[in-house]
Structures are given as structure tokens and as C-alpha cells.
Ligand binder design. Structure first.
Ligand code: SF4
Length: 198
């Protein structure tokens, strides 16, 4: 059994006003295939990418060179903010330091979680209160499995969202299994990106 589409739509309707610029992604919707020539790699230009130490080390190990070469730095030292993801990828021209002239990522295999996540996002809707629910990571995982199994009357409904401005939703329709895999994968990346893996 797949997700309850009626519950998905009702939950989205209760919180959509707080998530302008996003769309609900459901089984049957077009899948994502990156189309950088359609948008000029907009996401790699418009957003500053925060990274943690492990991601910086992964990029360095993938041949990106010393951290001061690809992180925002001062006097040869990466700037560190007092946040879970303390570093920011440097800029080159009007885009990310790793965006090349062909609109490809020079370090695609080692790219940070924020880049793997885009253009999807998972939120949890508390329909009764009409707002985004805040749960523990374990409770979020349970809610996701309940939704995938089609259990009714969820306390918090997980919603797979996509950025409305991304032109990459040109792929074949998502099956219920595709949707479930994407929901789980996007949630796992969100936990990683937020430093909430535990
Ligand atoms: S690391 Fe790669 S995918 Fe991420 S913003 Fe930079 S060029 Fe784009």
C-alpha cells in the first residue's frame, strides 16, 4: 500500500502558506533530472553552501586542495562560524567555487549534503495546528514509515517537497516505490545536513 494521497494533500494545504516557492511531490509526479542548461545552474549560483568539517575533509580528499582554497577564508585560514556547519564554500565569479564553465560540479561525487538534497526537502505537518511539526529524528523516521505504509490519521504527516523554481522535473513519473525511496533518502540527507544523524 502506498501513501494516502488525500492525507498528503490535506496536510500540505494546512502548511503550504508557510512554504512559499515549494510544491508537494507525490507518486505520479515527474521525477528530477538536472537540467543545468535550462537554468544556468541557478542553484549553484543562488545559494551559499554551508559545510561541516567532515564534508570539507571529503572535498579535500577528492582533490579540491587545501581547505583555504575552497572555503571562504581570511589570511589563509577558513572562516568558522559558531554553527553546526561552520564553513561556507568559496565563490568564484557569480557561483560556487566548484561550478565549472560547462555548468558541471568539479567535485560532484564529494559534494556536500546540501547539494545532494536540492531540489527536494522533507517537512512534517501537524494538521491539527496548521504548522510544521518538530520531532526527534527517530519519530520522523517512524512517521515516514507510517506514511509509506499508508497508515491513516498520522499525528505528523511527512511531506516530500520540491523547489518550484527548479526546471529539472522532466523525468518519468515517480512510482510509489520511487517516491518512498526519495522520501527516505531526502530525509536521511536532511538529518546529515542539519547534523541530526543520531
Ligand atoms: S559543490 Fe557542486 S553541486 Fe554544490 S553548489 Fe558547488 S558546484 Fe553546485
Amino acid at each position: 500500500m502506498g501513501p494516502r494521497i488525500d492525507e498528503q494533500k490535506a496536510a500540505w494545504a494546512s502548511v503550504a502558506a508557510r512554504h512559499a516557492g515549494h510544491r508537494l511531490a507525490l507518486p505520479g509526479d515527474a521525477g528530477f533530472i538536472c537540467q543545468p542548461r535550462s537554468c544556468g545552474a541557478h542553484c549553484c549560483r543562488a545559494f551559499h553552501v554551508a559545510v561541516n568539517g567532515a564534508e570539507a575533509a571529503r572535498l579535500a580528499a577528492a582533490g579540491a586542495g587545501p581547505a583555504s582554497r575552497f572555503l571562504e577564508s581570511e589570511d589563509g585560514e577558513p572562516l568558522a562560524l559558531p554553527l553546526a556547519r561552520p564553513f561556507v564554500l568559496a565563490r568564484r565569479g557569480d557561483g560556487c567555487v566548484f561550478l565549472d564553465a560547462d555548468l558541471a560540479c568539479e567535485r560532484y561525487a564529494a559534494r556536500p549534503a546540501a547539494c545532494r538534497l536540492y531540489p527536494h526537502q522533507v517537512i512534517f505537518a501537524d494538521r491539527a495546528r496548521g504548522r510544521t511539526a518538530r520531532l526527534t529524528a527517530a519519530a520522523e523516521r517512524r512517521a515516514i514509515e507510517d506514511a509509506i505504509a499508508g497508515r491513516a490519521g498520522l499525528e505528523a504527516t511527512p511531506l516530500l517537497l520540491r523547489h518550484g523554481e527548479c526546471p529539472g522535473f522532466t523525468g518519468p513519473p515517480l512510482s510509489a516505490e520511487d517516491w518512498a525511496d526519495l522520501l527516505r533518502e531526502t530525509h536521511a540527507l536532511s538529518l546529515e545536513a542539519d547534523g541530526r544523524e543520531g
